[in-house]
Design a protein around this ligand. Structure first.
Ligand SMILES: O=C(O)C(=O)Cc1ccccc1
Length: 408
């Protein structure tokens, strides 16, 4: 038994045709983004504690973080139709909140991509490293932090089913989405040459995204918890035959050499992250905001018929879908990479009176649509789906963010 998963429609902005970044970089940024850049530059270093050497610390553990002196201006690219324009920085997302005073849990060591995503979403936040994604979600669920950040899909691999599994087991709401260009570098201890590298360690997603480059190098691959953790491991163990795949920022933070840039098999490599909070959602969307609603639909099977009915519920109301992922645990299906391959999807049902219960569903759809969850058209579509579905849970309603941020 294994999950089968078919993604019918990935996040629409991640599917835009590739453009040549160098040609779009020459465009001048619109004034509003210049203003935002100035604001963020003032923020840097303000929220972070300073160590005696003037470097920023995260959680007082002496590690440098992305806020403070280690952080340069974050570049953002705005997508207008097929047009990519090199702009400047995130404004902090929905409602203009910059995240001051908020603690955001992420999986990995300081310098992990998830941390960059958190700082992009909420530049003023304090980031809290966690060993595993499950720990980050438990931290926000248990009230130890205010938010958690989770990568949920990438242009190269589609939905990160394991992370969806985790999300569904918790009573958390999606409050923001962030799309990040992910550039991978090959990092090694100072002085180590590429020819001396026998083994490459990194997060499994990073190893998968760089499969062709690693095959060319003819090295062994070893998965570790996260990209920055791999870099930290190299440095603390002074590994001279091993390289790590991580960001150029991680190279700066940990003082490693960059042996190669742009290791990813596809140049258009964007990861979508979700920022999660305990309900009720602390984010109030302006009435005129472009919103998105994420939901999970459990049904009795017969996926294609159900998919047609779901499509009809939205299309008859002129609502666009930005994601539709079909999850089945049919015997003999190709693996979808979910944490519990061969097992039903476990979803926390928070709708019933009394304590929320974890329920098992073999047939599930992950759906994102345009529009707010309180929009009458979206409400009606959900009502229609509830007539034939076993269970529907709205995972959150948040500002649609068509930016793709580039932290290179
Ligand atoms: O390992 C990291 O740095 C992460 O944040 C997880 C990850 C890995 C690869 C792409 C995006 C996120």
């Amino acid at each position: 038994m294994a999950y089968t998963s078919s993604s019918l429609h990935l996040h629409k902005h991640l599917l835009l045709p590739k453009t040549n970044p160098s040609s779009s970089y020459s465009r001048p940024p619109p004034p509003s983004f210049v203003a935002a850049a100035a604001k963020i530059n003032g923020v840097n270093g303000h929220s972070s504690k300073k160590s005696p050497n003037g470097k920023a610390q995260i959680n007082g553990d002496g590690k440098k973080g992305v806020n403070g002196s280690g952080r340069k201006k974050a570049a953002a690219q705005h997508i207008n139709g097929n047009d990519r324009i090199h702009l400047s920085v995130s404004t902090g997302g929905a409602g203009g909140q910059d995240g001051f005073g908020l603690r955001v849990a992420f999986q990995g060591a300081p310098g992990a991509y998830s941390e960059f995503a958190a700082k992009t979403a909420l530049p003023g936040c304090d980031t809290v490293p966690c060993r595993a994604f499950a720990d980050a979600l438990a931290a926000v669920d248990g009230g130890a932090v205010d938010r958690a950040i989770l990568p949920v899909e990438s242009t190269m691999e589609g939905t990160a089913l394991r992370n969806y599994d985790l999300l569904l087991r918790h009573d958390l709401v999606v409050v923001q989405e962030i799309n990040l260009f992910v550039h991978y570098c090959l990092l090694a201890m100072p002085g180590v040459r590429a020819a001396e590298v026998r083994r490459v360690i990194s997060h499994p997603m990073a190893l998968a995204h760089c499969g062709r480059a690693l095959a060319r190098l003819g090295v062994d691959r070893e998965p570790v918890e996260d990209t920055a953790g791999a870099v930290e491991m190299l440095r603390s163990n002074r590994m001279l035959d091993t390289a790590a795949i991580a960001s150029p920022r991680a190279a700066d933070l940990y003082g490693l050499d960059v042996l190669a840039h742009g290791l990813q098999d596809e140049s258009w490599n964007v990861t979508r992250f979700l920022l999660l909070s305990k309900p009720p959602s602390p984010v109030t969307l302006p009435m005129d905001a472009d919103a998105k609603t994420s939901m999970v639909v459990a049904h009795r099977g017969g996926s294609m018929m159900v998919v047609l009915k779901v499509l009809s519920a939205f299309s008859s109301r002129n609502i666009n879908l930005t994601k539709l992922e079909v999850i089945n645990n049919n015997e003999g299906g190709g693996g979808g990479g979910g944490a519990a391959a061969g097992h039903p999807v476990m979803i926390l049902d928070t709708s019933a009176r009394g304590a929320p219960t974890l329920r098992a569903f073999p047939h599930v759809l992950y759906v994102d649509c345009e529009g707010a969850s309180h929009d009458p058209r979206v409400l009606d579509a959900i009502k229609e789906i509830e007539r034939f579905a076993v269970f529907v849970r709205v995972l959150g309603c948040y500002a649609a963010d068509s930016n793709v941020y580039d932290l290179q």
